[in-house]
Write a protein that binds this ligand. Sequence first.
Ligand SMILES: Cc1cc2nc3c(=O)[nH]c(=O)nc-3n(C[C@H](O)[C@H](O)[C@H](O)COP(=O)(O)OP(=O)(O)OC[C@H]3O[C@@H](n4cnc5c(N)ncnc54)[C@H](O)[C@@H]3O)c2cc1C
Length: 136
Amino acid sequence: MGEIQVATTASCVAALFGFLGIDADRRQTAGTALLTRACLDQLVRLFGDEAGRPAATLLMDWTAEVCTATADDRRGGAHPVPQRGPSVDGARWDRLSLAGSETSTTDPGYLAGAMDAASRATAEVLQRIAVPGRAA
Ligand SMILES: Cc1cc2nc3c(=O)[nH]c(=O)nc-3n(C[C@H](O)[C@H](O)[C@H](O)COP(=O)(O)OP(=O)(O)OC[C@H]3O[C@@H](n4cnc5c(N)ncnc54)[C@H](O)[C@@H]3O)c2cc1C
């Protein structure tokens, strides 16, 4: 894991979360069992033997998610950079607003970008539903 974060739930069930630092091809070749073992070994090195006996483990490879992943997702990539122009254009513009952080033109992929994108999407929706003569 290239990065490990605390993921303890709101009801105080202790958990750790990590991003794997290897590409999709190597993840597929290694398989879930080997990857999970490697992650547990890393946690033991960092936190001691108890970390090697978790109540549960879950490995999610989004490049293998059948409903949303495309071949392009296997290439991974760097952190998103701000895109020029709108996320939605053409005939869909007046019906669809994307509010995810990745659509931010200032800080995509960050919390600040989530606020920026949500503000823009909210303004778009308010503009669409505005009734002439009534303040939004
Ligand atoms: C482990 C981790 C650490 C991070 N650390 C940082 C950091 O230190 N600093 C920083 O700036 N950013 C950090 N980020 C990135 C930041 O958290 C995200 O960029 C930001 O939360 C994205 O916000 P969002 O509103 O676009 O999407 P999300 O926060 O993902 O919100 C989307 C919401 O939509 C809901 N949803 C999904 N599908 C449906 C559906 N069909 N129906 C209804 N609801 C649905 C989801 O449950 C979720 O609540 C981190 C992200 C992760 C995963």
